[in-house]
Design a protein around this ligand. Structure first.
Ligand SMILES: *Cc1c(COP(=O)(O)O)cnc(C)c1O
Length: 421
């Protein structure tokens, strides 16, 4: 039966909830996303194509994108209005650190306001990289946790195979910067065979993560072979690929690649979208193809100062990702890698973001915030405190709206304890 008192309470609560979202709604309108900027991106694309004297069909081939990666300041200064000082600084860093940007990823930068661009900051080297004397080359001690060539094993039932150091774009915040100072190299077939031997003879490994570099820098045929070998091992239940190509080089996700991937289910791909600007029509097309091939998509964002260290931007990013069927999986606290101190946010910033997600948005849009313990001791979740106290009788919680509420622990546990004593 219709209950008018309850109805009035429901209305009151609904209007209270509306006030809780108002601040976000006001700010959300001002956040630039790849979809909103599609016209600007298109104009940038035309300009870059004209510069390279190329056609739309070239743009859509990943081999063209790779071959025309911008990796010297002479080219970059023709495509962005860099100051003389920036040109000089980038030239200086280029002698120490490699960098390379696909024409596609460059087209996401607003040339009129490039210094504040989340894309520019991730892709173009900054003189601060040379001025950072903190941090470590290898903060996770990956070099010490390798029981076989190309393998990093840090957990009981799963491991990583590092198949290449090549990427479509060399992220300035990369945790494996130490690996890309040299040139692009794929793991040798001999080493991949040794890695597969290791997985084959360690039957507790049920989850194999192929990464790099970028796993999708491998050719379709090598990927097909690697995944087929893993499929033959009964104990390997799932396979994962780590790749940023849906973000930096979506042209890599071809129908031919998807036909290969479709043969190797269950297959998971985790990628790294860090900014709502990266969720473009091209990225959506790539993700649509992967989903149709039966691949399950997840996102591992990195919390980066000046890029996504803001609760509203991070929420918008996660909403945009769900629209293209990519489930937010992790937000990583940036690692203390030498040359990346200018990207490091505080832990409080990350906790504040998590505080502003839970309750305020779909659980699907809430990844786990992770810090990597030093020395390779593993991913560790960080969470705002929701448990105020816990004993045998009761739990006291703080809800997302800061209500303090008492919950009974196991019902009747008090009597059970009494009897047991
Ligand atoms: C991150 C990582 C994994 C995967 O961890 P999940 O929490 O299962 O996603 C596996 N092995 C190593 C060495 C890793 O660094």
């Amino acid at each position: 039966m219709y209950n008018s008192i309850k109805h009035a309470a429901g209305l009151k609560r609904a209007s209270e909830l509306k006030t809780r979202i108002q601040e976000y709604l006001d700010i959300e309108k001002t956040i630039e996303t790849g979809f909103r900027m599609k016209e600007r991106n298109r104009i940038n694309k035309e300009r870059i194509l004209e510069y390279f004297q190329a056609k739309e069909s070239d743009w859509n081939r990943w081999s063209w994108q790779m071959k025309h990666r911008i990796s010297d300041v002479e080219t970059l200064k023709d495509l962005l209005p860099l100051s003389n000082r920036e040109i000089e600084e980038i030239r200086q860093i280029s002698q120490e650190f490699r960098w390379a940007i696909s024409p596609y990823y460059l087209s996401l930068i607003d040339p009129e306001n490039y210094r504040n661009s989340a894309i520019f900051k991730q892709a173009v080297p900054d003189i601060k990289e040379l001025q950072d004397h903190s941090g470590h080359e290898d903060p996770m001690a990956e070099a010490d946790t390798s029981p076989a060539p190309t393998i990093t094993r840090r957990y009981p039932d799963r491991l990583i195979i590092n198949v290449t150091n090549q990427c479509g774009m060399y992220c300035r915040h990369c945790q494996r910067r130490r690996n890309f100072e040299q040139k692009d190299t794929h793991a040798s077939m001999a080493n991949l065979v040794l890695a597969l031997d290791y997985v084959r003879s360690n039957t507790e490994i049920r989850d194999v993560l192929i990464t790099g570099g970028d796993a999708l820098m491998l050719s379709n045929s090598v990927l097909d072979w690697l995944l087929s070998e893993l499929d033959k091992m009964e104990h390997v239940e799932i396979k994962r690929l780590g790749t940023r190509t849906p973000v930096t080089l979506p042209q890599r996700i071809t129908p031919e690649l998807c036909a290969v991937l479709a043969r190797h289910e269950p297959l998971y791909i985790n990628t790294q979208f860090n900014s709502p600007l990266e969720v473009t029509l091209e990225a959506k097309k790539a993700c649509d193809r992967l989903v149709k091939a039966g691949v399950v998509l997840g996102n591992q964002a990195v919390l980066l100062k000046g890029i996504n260290d803001n609760a509203h931007v991070m929420k918008k990013l996660n909403h945009e990702l769900l629209k293209i069927r990519v489930r937010p999986y992790y937000i990583f606290h940036a690692k203390q890698v030498k040359g990346t101190a200018h990207f490091m946010p505080s832990i409080e910033t990350g906790l504040n973001i998590m505080e502003n997600l839970r309750g305020y948005t779909s659980g699907l849009a809430i990844p786990t915030y992770i810090i990597n313990a030093p020395h390779g001791y593993g991913k560790t979740p960080l969470l705002p405190n929701y448990i105020l106290s816990l004993d045998e009788k009761e739990l006291i919680i703080r809800t997302w709206e800061n209500r303090i509420i008492r919950c009974e622990n196991v019902p009747g546990s008090e009597e059970d304890l009494f009897v047991a004593n």
